[in-house]
Design a protein around this ligand. Structure first.
Ligand code: ADP
Ligand code: ADP
Length: 226
């Protein structure tokens, strides 16, 4: 089974705006998939629906074998999400933010601490573990969101514009990290409006515009045609 199956997904916001016009796509297990499109295309809406942060108007979403309408708790356990906006408690320490997230998934605190140490080290944040998150730079906050999303070791990691506002050097090191965890077996979906980022990282790509998937292909095939 695919890691993610989306069928005829639609979204009409309360103000009547049709943000998704019945999109379908699948992402196979182990894939590194880019959802590429300009601002306003519907990328965040799609991700919000997968994580049940946004209600859908129609269609179906399945994460591995769990339909999000029928068994959201099962879907939630397998997903790690890196939202676009920083949404952590700015006064908690870096370490507590990651450890407490483990509690949210019902993990024993010892295990959460072990994982927090592992991912904070891998993401270059271990020296910052005792500072409050509000003192971190933008790039560090982004890496903190990635560490937090990985604490329960999700099979599917979804990142919404993970490198927006991140300088090129930091972006490269985030790319390396994401490629490493993908190589270790985690399926990754990221949204981006940079073709360059999709090209550097992804095996498959869906291009979304005005709430419609206008292209869904392998990166190799897309580059051959450009
Ligand atoms: P992207 O992530 O690709 O930039 P979004 O999914 O955030 O796009 O937004 C898609 C469209 O839906 C945009 O035109 C946006 O203004 C609109 N939109 C997003 N959220 C809402 C909302 N809560 N109510 C009305 N329109 C919205
Ligand atoms: P849902 O149908 O999922 O409940 P809503 O239409 O109620 O979503 O809007 C969710 C949130 O997004 C609201 O808090 C709203 O203020 C905000 N919002 C409204 N318009 C936009 C927009 N154009 N872009 C982004 N967010 C918006």
């Amino acid at each position: 089974i695919p890691a993610l199956t989306i069928e005829r997904l639609s979204k009409v916001y309360d103000n009547g705006f049709e943000a998704l016009k019945g999109i379908s796509l699948t992402v196979e297990q182990g894939d590194f998939y880019a959802l590429l499109g300009p601002n306003g295309a519907g990328k965040s809406t799609t991700i919000g629906i997968i994580c049940s942060l946004v209600s859908k108007s129609g269609g179906r979403v399945q994460v591995f074998d769990a339909d999000i309408d029928e068994d959201f708790p099962a879907a939630k356990k397998t997903i790690g999400i890196v939202p676009q906006e920083f949404n952590f408690n700015m006064f908690e320490t870096v370490s507590d933010i990651v450890v407490n997230q483990g509690g949210y998934y019902g993990m024993p605190v010892e295990l959460s601490r072990e994982r927090a140490e592992k991912y904070l080290k891998e993401l270059g944040l271990w020296d910052k573990r005792n500072v409050t998150s509000r003192t971190l730079s933008g790039g560090m906050k982004r890496r903190l969101m990635i560490a937090r999303a990985l604490v329960h070791e999700p099979r599917l990691l979804i990142l919404d514009e993970p490198t927006a506002g991140v300088d090129i050097e930091m972006r490269r090191s985030m790319w390396d990290f994401l490629q490493q965890i993908n190589a270790e077996g985690t399926t990754i979906i990221l949204t981006t409006h940079y073709l360059e980022e999709a090209e550097a990282l992804c095996r498959h790509i869906g291009i979304i515009n005005h709430g419609e998937i206008v292209e869904n292909t392998s990166m190799r095939e897309l580059l051959r045609r450009l």
